[in-house]
Design a protein around this ligand. Structure first.
Ligand code: MGP
Length: 195
């Protein structure tokens, strides 16, 4: 965490040197309450900013991307650049998500930030298997979801889920659902893996 957040100055002239991340990430925003009635899902989903330095990340997070700044029924996403936060994206098509529900908005902010720092800091050993993270503000219950690529690979998903819980420092149950199940009716949406 301290490493990710560190900002040093250049040796010559004291100029700030940006700290590059291992890869590019993109923030997305979806205001579901602004979707026109009858509009297809995703019609209001917008790609907002792409970043690849520690400094840009902190600026974007502090200025904009905190779930407590979201209106009701809206989502922030942070995904690897090139992967769209949709079941239809080829990298997500066979995937699923680990989800956790949040009782308080402040808890959602904290867990979102911890997850973002872990992602951009490449703290997951299975980082290639991860697509991104989604924070959802809902009237009934806020939630955070970590999207991954190969839902059928239980061993990989369990390793990622365990690491996520360790990063968040939580004992609450998290469950993993397949996007293929989510596409069907609500009754088939139960978690396939639980931790
Ligand atoms: P959700 O947000 O994954 O489910 O999808 P949740 O959390 O049970 O519901 P929410 O109301 O709290 O958000 C809700 C609905 O949005 C799904 O049933 C789909 O109709 C639609 N939807 C969600 N996602 C992530 C997608 C997607 O990636 N592609 C498409 N086509 N529809 C989606």
């Amino acid at each position: 965490m301290a490493e990710t957040a560190a900002v040093s100055t250049g040796a010559e002239g004291g100029e700030a040197v940006p700290h590059p991340l291992q890869r590019k990430w993109t923030f997305w925003f979806d205001n579901l309450s602004k979707s026109k009635q009858g509009a297809a899902w995703g019609a209001s989903l917008r790609q907002v900013y792409t970043f690849d330095t520690v400094e840009e990340f902190w600026c974007l997070h502090d200025q904009i991307f905190q779930p407590s700044k979201l209106p009701a029924n809206a989502d922030f996403h942070c995904f690897k650049t090139g992967i769209e936060p949709k079941w239809e994206d080829p990298e997500c098509a066979n995937g699923g998500k680990w989800s956790i529900t949040c009782k308080q908005r402040a808890a959602l902010d904290d867990m979102w930030l911890e997850t973002l720092m872990a992602l951009i800091g490449e703290q997951f050993d299975e980082s290639e298997e991860i697509c991104g993270v989604v924070a959802s503000v809902r009237p009934r219950q806020d939630k955070l979801a970590l999207w991954t690529k190969a839902a059928n690979n239980e061993a990989v998903q369990m390793t990622i889920g365990r690491k996520w819980k360790e990063i968040l420092d939580i004992n609450e149950k998290i469950s993993y659902s397949f996007h293929d199940d989510s596409k069907r009716d609500k009754s088939s949406r139960g978690g396939r893996y639980n931790l």
